[in-house]
Design a protein around this ligand. Structure first.
Ligand code: FES
Ligand SMILES: [Fe+2]
Length: 337
């Protein structure tokens, strides 16, 4: 296709758009003992909880002599550099104290670091490198007292975030990748009903599980998949006892590498407890990772003609459309600007 006829974004546009996307950089539970480090679109970030427990995200480089702030400690609202102890406030990035100076009024005005917006949602810290779009993702169906939540182990992949989000809700792979865990799941995929609304996608699917599946899922009746493009998805399982879900959120480490966080939820009446549910999801992810890691190219093709598709890929293609929609929205010049 002629570059000029292109109706889908190129990788430079995707990378630029992702700078405005809320992305997870840490689990809250991992910050209890001190700062963490995360790379977002090539930018090393220090992530920490201030003394009152609020998340903060700043550049991981101390501008004094370049040490890594994430190796430092939290002091009140600030992160203290491990090298000479300069303290940097987490919401604006101002230097608040230089221990070697008698007079703190002599802090150079150029002593500043980049600070990024920070939010907590799903037990994760979310940030964006530039002018974020909206708020971090939420879904009304998972609010309320009936749910209990537990995080799984985060992981990284040598492919972009879209490749893994696509795997999460791909239904034709169960019979092959998850044969060991789920038993003989039907290979045939019925026509998929997908609702696409801007960057949001929903698909409801009646499930006919294989023989091993009850031991993992209980007697499952329906799965509802939801995606908020580009980097958030959930699988919601309705069973004969109660409900269960997996929430999956991804971060772009670079254009070809990604980090993934996930948590499982169960309702009080569900057959399996939270621990068993998290453990079974760990097994399923362990089956997906080696396959997804080999996908080439490592960037999700947004050109609908770039791969061979069948009707079973309908949800996949809708996700790619939702991804394009996200990029278009993120790159749109501000109204009146
Ligand atoms: S390098 Fe950070 S205080 Fe000197
Ligand atoms: Fe899978």
């Amino acid at each position: 296709m002629d570059e000029q006829d292109r109706s889908y974004p190129n990788s430079e546009e995707v990378a630029r758009a992702l700078r405005r996307c809320w992305q997870p950089v840490a689990r809250m539970e991992d910050l209890a003992d001190g700062p963490g480090r995360a790379i977002l679109l090539g930018e090393p970030l220090a992530v920490f909880l201030t003394a009152d427990g609020s998340p903060a995200v700043v550049s991981d480089r101390c501008p004094h002599r370049g040490a890594s702030l994430s190796m430092g400690a939290v002091v009140g609202d600030s992160i203290q550099c491990p090298y000479h102890g300069w303290e940097w406030e987490g919401s604006q990035g101002a230097c608040t104290r230089i221990p070697s100076l008698v007079d703190q009024d002599q802090i150079p005005s150029a002593a500043r670091i980049d600070a990024y917006p920070a939010r907590e949602r799903w037990g994760l810290v979310w940030t964006a490198l530039e002018d974020p779009l909206g708020e971090p993702p939420s879904l009304a169906c998972f609010e309320g007292e009936k749910w209990s939540w537990g995080h799984g182990t985060p992981f990284e992949l040598p492919v972009d975030l879209g490749v893994m989000i696509e795997n999460f809700r791909d239904v034709a792979h169960f019979a092959f990748v998850h044969r060991a865990s789920l038993g003989a799941t039907p290979e045939l995929v019925e026509p998929l009903g997908v609702e696409l609304d801007g960057t949001a996608l929903t698909m409801r699917r009646e499930m006919r599980p294989g023989e091993g599946a009850e031991e993992i899922w209980d007697s499952i009746e329906e799965i509802i998949y939801r995606v908020l493009a580009p980097n958030f998805t959930s699988g919601h399982l309705l069973t004969s006892s109660g409900e269960r879900c997996v929430i999956h959120a991804a971060r772009a480490i670079s254009e070809t590498e990604s980090a993934h966080y996930w948590l499982a939820g169960v309702t009080d009446d569900y057959e399996f407890n939270l621990e068993e549910t998290v453990a079974s999801e760990e097994r399923l992810y362990a089956e997906d990772r080696p396959i997804v890691s080999t996908v080439r190219p490592p960037q999700l093709p947004l050109d609908p003609n770039a791969a061979v598709n069948t009707l079973a890929d309908r949800f996949t293609l809708s996700y790619r459309r939702a991804f394009c929609e996200f990029v278009t929205g993120a790159l749109k010049p501000p109204a009146g600007g």
